[in-house]
Design a protein. Structure first.
Length: 286
């Protein structure tokens, strides 16, 4: 794991006021003593991706959807498949994909919290570097993990019997929606990690909402299986809306009326993510 000093050395190509460098035999050719923003972003992104490999997150990216598939598909498939027209592997697919998206978001939150707890964000403030570079580097790292998580989710779904019945267009739409949700969740989680400040607080802030919304959704069982008094909440909360839209896209029956609530929730997530990132950035600078 890179220490704060190693990270500083990685991205700092000099200090303000340092003399310009003239290479041997290169009289009159002046080199910029500070790394370019793209070089800084690349260095920090490489550090983040290396930690994703080193911390075993890629392994858990597959274990997470596989574990969910085993825990719910195996014990419930015989019961659920008795319902007319029910293919439980097909029905379970959206929540497995969303679980993988949630794993990537949780990792994003912990990454931001760890950087704050280790003092890395404090070191970045004294370097000749734009304040946006660390966040952009974390975002790039999160996108790499999200892509791997979606691939692992697709493999897990195929194993339990899911098939892309919506054709090319429906499948592309399905994973485009899942990727959009994943990006927004990761940005939101990054802001939560910055605000929470410690890995322990971040873990608590991420775990409870994810558990409640996941279990009280149409991801695992149809809406009719819930008591009538809680059905309005189950029907309209974001996880259920996302799952229903993904099923419609997967079946090739998506309409604007079906997808519109999910897009509205995506706009809401984007707004919340922007607010949390701004507040988190202010906290990091303070």
């Amino acid at each position: 794991m890179s220490t704060g000093s190693e990270v500083s050395a990685l991205v700092a190509g000099g200090v303000p006021g340092s003399p310009e460098v003239i290479p041997p035999g290169g009289a009159g050719v002046r080199l910029d003593p500070h790394p370019r923003s793209l070089q800084q972003w690349w260095a920090l992104t490489g550090r983040g991706v290396w930690k994703v490999f080193g911390n075993g997150e890629l392994i858990f990216a597959f274990i997470s959807p596989a574990f969910l598939a085993v825990c719910f598909y195996l014990p419930l498939r015989s019961i659920m498949n008795e319902a007319p027209g029910m293919n439980y592997g097909q029905f379970l697919m959206p929540i497995i994909v969303l679980q993988s998206v949630g794993f990537a978001a949780s990792s994003a939150a912990m990454r931001a919290a760890n950087d704050g707890a280790e003092g890395i964000n404090t070191r970045f403030r004294v370097l000749p570097m734009s304040a946006a570079i660390p966040m952009l580097a974390r975002t790039a790292t999160n996108l790499v993990l999200l892509a791997v998580s979606l691939l692992c989710a697709a493999v897990a779904c195929l194993i339990i019997g899911w098939r892309a019945d919506g054709g090319v267009l429906g499948t592309v739409g399905l994973f485009a929606l899942a990727a959009t949700i994943g990006v927004l969740f990761s940005l939101l989680a990054d802001g939560i990690g910055l605000l929470a400040g410690t890995p322990e607080a971040t873990s608590q802030a991420m775990a409870l909402p994810t558990l409640i919304l996941g279990m009280l959704s149409t991801g695992f069982v149809p809406l009719a299986q819930f008591p009538e008094w809680i059905q309005p909440f189950v029907r309209n909360q974001p996880i259920s809306q996302f799952a229903d839209s993904m099923r419609a896209l997967d079946a090739g029956t998506a309409t604007w009326e079906l997808v519109r609530p999910s897009l509205a929730w995506c706009v809401g997530l984007l707004f919340a993510a922007v607010v949390l990132l701004i507040l988190g950035a202010r906290k990091s600078r303070g």
